[in-house]
Design a protein. Sequence first.
Length: 416
Amino acid sequence: MSDQANPAAPGPPAGALTPALNGTGVILHTGLGRAVLSEAARRAVADVIEGYCTLEIDSETGKRGSRHDLVSGLLCALTGAESAIVANNNAAAVMLILHALARDREVIISRGQLVEIGGSFRMPDVMAAGGARLVGVGATNHTELEDYRAAITDRTALIMAVHRSNFDLAGLDVSVPLDELALLGRERDIPVVYDQGSGALIDLEAYGQHGLDSGYTVREALDRGVDVVCFSGDKLLGGPQAGIITGRRDLLDRMKKDPLMRAFRADKMVYAALQATLELFSDPDRLAECHAVTGMIAVSTGELESRAHRLAERLENRFAHRVGVTVEESSAEIGGGALPVQQLPSRVVALRPVGWTNRQLAAAFRRQSPPVFGRLSGERFLLDLRTLEERAFPLVEAGAHEIARQMDEDASRDKD
């Protein structure tokens, strides 16, 4: 059997959007849709798409309202911001900030923060598209406050800091804390913008002692005097794809009036899911129970161990002699560019096929309905239980049953 063979029944057309099962251990897997929405968010989306909704109308007065007001109050309460607006992703949020506040002017940023967001979408390119001129200061691993101060001219519109997505630095690494940048901005009357990226509203240590450090939360950045903070909705926030901008009301008012705001605005389904997601954060003690991303981070290794053995027993019954099945310790990760080098202890069900390669087994699992994704290690195909919930076990087992049948057919053909 080759990796390209497809003996299974025809499924959806190639490239079609379908549900999938994530056994990769990457919680915010960009290829698999990033954050899993909470049940509350899924219900909220279903409610608003059944008919009409109050997206831009005030039900009290009957007059036209603004979608900007839908979640602004919630975001301000959770972050301490004066105002908040929503764009369709964080790259759009950054472009909107630059276009509204720094068009045809200069933005100062450390060379150590000129990140690639993903898909060759690089911060210098975002700045150029936003109409701003980038002024890089310092070195990749060493930037001082005086580097920023020396770069300020009458053409300077913003000082910008960017959370390091997708990478980290080891060894000598000197950067300027946000409170020092904010103080410099106030001294020179220059707004300071922080692209927080990950959407961390809470300290992750509250949901599992894994030694995770998400950097500044959104509130912490604003409390340190930063004027504008932007971040993603579908990363640690655990909501829909969105770019959220929080901060000073006067600066956000300028963004609302910018022509790009209409091009970048979010739709009713995003607002519905976002509102329901944000409401969960009002009760942090119950967050791990009802917020899917936090729940995946918080689940104990003891629970993962039990879950892994239950799945392994199911798969052993289906595969019998065809595949060796073991439970092993492993590591999972947050993903989505958040916490790029930090890992979570996890458990995997390791599958070692007989007569097939692990790549053939992985390809067969991907062809099931729904497709099952895992990762390869040595000669094994691994299913990580930190991202594979127990409710998915019957579907994985059904896929294993079909794959076992295919393996038997291959064995019969080889005998002939």
